[in-house]
Design a protein around this ligand. Structure first.
Ligand code: SF4
Length: 291
């Protein structure tokens, strides 16, 4: 089996077989993201190589493979028929496979179209990990996410109609102090419009080699405090009326809030309020991340 570039996968795919379908990220412009800023350049791996790696994995892991993730940054961008072939092959080689997942940004999900996504669902693609980050158009523009709120919403709705689960990622603090309120309220609004199966929370932490770190150094972006990040989380929990599983499965978060909305709302709000009653010094300091 082969792998090129940084290994990057969602924490929820920690036990999944990783078979690389793409190298790098075709967008690679998000100002907060360091993963592929130093390369490698984006390319789609030849489908035959991916199929060879699936068979090679069978020799090593056999029937133990129950979940599979296809790195790298936006493997939903693989041409539809190639991705269909990869998913079908994986399902044949690993008959006990329960889940196949990829990362996918809104633009590349929309490029697939509803019919392309339906073909992928039928071939066995189960879930797309989608970086929503924010529901605010202004925040999305500033962080160069490459999609508007409406495009993000449409992408999530396309996935839902195709029968593919959406694992949506939101980033607390990514609007900075200036846009903290707008970011939280409009993110809750977008999440309600998408109604993702999973809502995964991260908290912005500056990373080396990123444009956003350079903006911070020039005082063009002010990092939110722990309390401000928690207030954003509180707003999102309070205003999300759709059914979704909230997860804080990331080291950047100030608290680990886990539950199903809406039924766990009161418990989750009480957890956030308890954290808000603590002094700021009780939380991790801001530091520059290197991974
Ligand atoms: S956050 Fe995702 S889409 Fe944006 S540059 Fe990083 S890998 Fe690419």
């Amino acid at each position: 089996m082969r792998y090129e570039g940084p290994i990057y996968r969602p924490p929820s795919e920690a036990d999944s077989l990783l078979v690389q379908a793409t190298v790098g990220c075709p967008h690679n412009k998000c100002t907060f993201c360091m993963v592929y800023k130093q390369g490698p350049k984006f390319r789609v791996r030849p489908v035959q190589e991916v199929v060879e790696d699936i068979h090679a994995a069978k020799d090593v892991y056999g029937s133990r493979v129950r979940t599979m993730f296809l790195p790298a940054g936006n493997s939903i961008a693989v041409p539809t028929e190639d991705l269909v072939h990869i998913c079908r092959t994986a399902r044949q080689v690993f008959p006990l496979l329960e889940r196949i997942t990829v990362y996918g940004s809104a633009r590349y999900i929309l490029d697939k179209g509803e019919s392309g996504l339906a073909r992928l669902a039928e071939a066995g693609l189960s879930r797309v990990h989608m970086g929503l980050e924010s529901g605010s158009d202004e925040v999305l523009r500033r962080i160069k996410k490459g999609a508007t709120r409406d495009e993000q919403i449409r992408a999530g709705q396309f996935l839902s109609r195709a029968g593919i689960e959406t694992s949506a990622y939101v980033m607390l603090g990514i609007g900075g102090r200036e846009l903290t309120r707008e970011h939280a309220e409009e993110t809750a609004w977008a999440v309600n419009a998408i109604s993702p199966e999973f809502l995964r929370v991260r908290t912005f932490l500056p990373k080396i080699n990123t444009p956003l770190l350079r903006q911070i150094e020039k005082n063009e972006f002010q990092i939110v405090s722990a309390h401000q990040a928690l207030l954003e989380l509180r707003t999102i929990i309070d205003q999300c009326v759709c059914r979704t599983r909230l997860t804080s499965d990331h080291y950047t978060n100030y608290i680990q809030a886990e539950g199903v909305l809406p039924e766990d709302r009161e418990r989750l709000l009480a957890q956030v309020d308890k954290a808000l009653s603590l002094d700021e010094s009780a939380f991790r300091p801001v530091y520059v991340g290197s991974q």
